[in-house]
Design a protein around this ligand. Structure first.
Ligand SMILES: NC(=O)c1ccc[n+]([C@@H]2O[C@H](COP(=O)([O-])OP(=O)(O)OC[C@H]3O[C@@H](n4cnc5c(N)ncnc54)[C@H](OP(=O)(O)O)[C@@H]3O)[C@@H](O)[C@H]2O)c1
Length: 321
């Protein structure tokens, strides 16, 4: 009995210690930058998740915020809550389903037609543990949702971003980008994932895309950053099944940050002045970090760009470069 009590006590002390460590090492975005007169788009900005907290922060700073979401009722609820909390009425909902290039193109067309400026684009929406199937466009579902659609959307909005400079593109990746098997760009469309390899690959693509995009944007007033938001308690782990789901839920409950805390690096990369010289770099805990080892090959980033243009069917008219 004593042994059991001691074991429980030690376990509780370890958990408490880790929780305290997580809180103590937490860094927040300290920037007071005002966004009045600016326009921001945040994909996946539904209630209670990282994207929502990012949009809420931009609204507090006075920006016009476009919540780019596939679930209209959840997005309308997010809009209502943001307006209620900030009294900023320039919050709008636009539909986008990242599993469909047609939807991405329709979204971008409407933005290009109706908005006279775009200062911040946060490619935040993402998923994990999706069924291994193909989209209507014939691409692997998870890869399209997490990467190809952000690639397409960014290209389609780039002229507006250029026109509005200084402007920023923030790509939400993950520490998972540094894990998984080797990325083979030539096989990216036919890759058969094991475990979460497709998630890791898609998140690595977010990082490589940012690196190549920054190169292409040199000499313009548009900058771009990739980031890991931290381990955050959101809905993202709900797609897991069985033991994986239980494990993740326990870990999340014990060690994760809140969504507000998890949005800090999104916000930091979107608004902090003086980080423009780090365009193309990767961020974590509101600071620039070294690139993951598997994201240091410039040829990989270049080849991925070429392959992505082909796989999203980017036409010469759509190509901003
Ligand atoms: N949470 C973490 O610990 C963690 C760690 C590392 C990286 N990240 C990254 O952080 C980003 C935000 O994730 P989160 O944790 O906030 O996840 P989440 O709670 O699951 O939110 C994801 C958002 O993406 C949207 N989304 C999913 N599929 C979509 C589609 N086909 N079209 C349009 N929107 C779609 C979701 O909309 P619905 O509500 O309609 O599903 C939701 O708004 C993701 O890119 C994720 O990879 C998260």
């Amino acid at each position: 009995m004593d042994l059991l009590l001691i074991s429980v006590f030690i376990l509780a002390a370890i958990v408490a210690g880790l929780k305290i460590y997580t809180k103590l090492t937490l860094r927040t975005c300290k920037s007071q930058v005002c966004l009045v007169g600016k326009t921001a788009i945040v994909t996946g900005a539904n209630c209670g998740i990282i994207g929502y907290e990012t949009a809420l922060d931009f609204a507090k700073r006075g920006a016009k915020v476009i919540l780019a979401c596939r679930n209209i009722s959840k997005a309308q609820e997010a809009r209502r809550k943001i307006i209620e909390e900030t009294h900023n009425h320039k919050i709008f909902v636009r539909v986008i389903d990242l599993a469909s290039f047609e939807s991405v193109r329709a979204f971008a067309e409407e933005i290009n037609k109706t908005e006279d400026r775009l200062d911040i684009l946060v490619n935040n929406a993402g998923a994990v543990g999706l069924e291994h199937k193909r989209t209507v466009d014939g691409r692997p579902l998870l890869m399209q949702v997490n990467y190809f659609s952000s690639f397409l959307l960014t290209n389609l909005l780039l002229n507006l971003l250029k026109k509005s400079g200084p402007s920023r593109i923030v790509n939400v990746s993950s520490l998972g980008a540094s894990m998984g098997s080797k990325l083979d760009v030539n096989n990216i469309d036919n890759f058969v994932p094991r475990f979460n390899d497709d998630y890791y690959h898609s998140k690595l693509c977010n990082v490589l895309f940012t690196i190549e995009l920054a190169k292409k944007l040199q000499g313009t007033s548009v900058t771009t950053y990739s980031l890991h938001p931290g381990f955050v308690e959101t809905e993202i782990f709900h797609n897991f099944h069985g033991i994986m789901k239980v494990l993740f839920m326990i870990i999340v409950k014990l060690f994760s940050m809140t969504c507000e805390e998890g949005a800090q690096t999104n916000i930091y990369c979107s608004v902090t002045q003086g980080i423009e010289k780090y365009s193309g770099e990767h961020f974590d805990h509101c600071r620039k970090v070294d690139r993951y080892k598997n994201a240091t090959d410039p040829d990989l980033a270049k080849n991925l760009w070429k392959k992505s243009e082909e796989l999203v069917g980017l036409t010469p008219e759509e190509n901003p470069f």
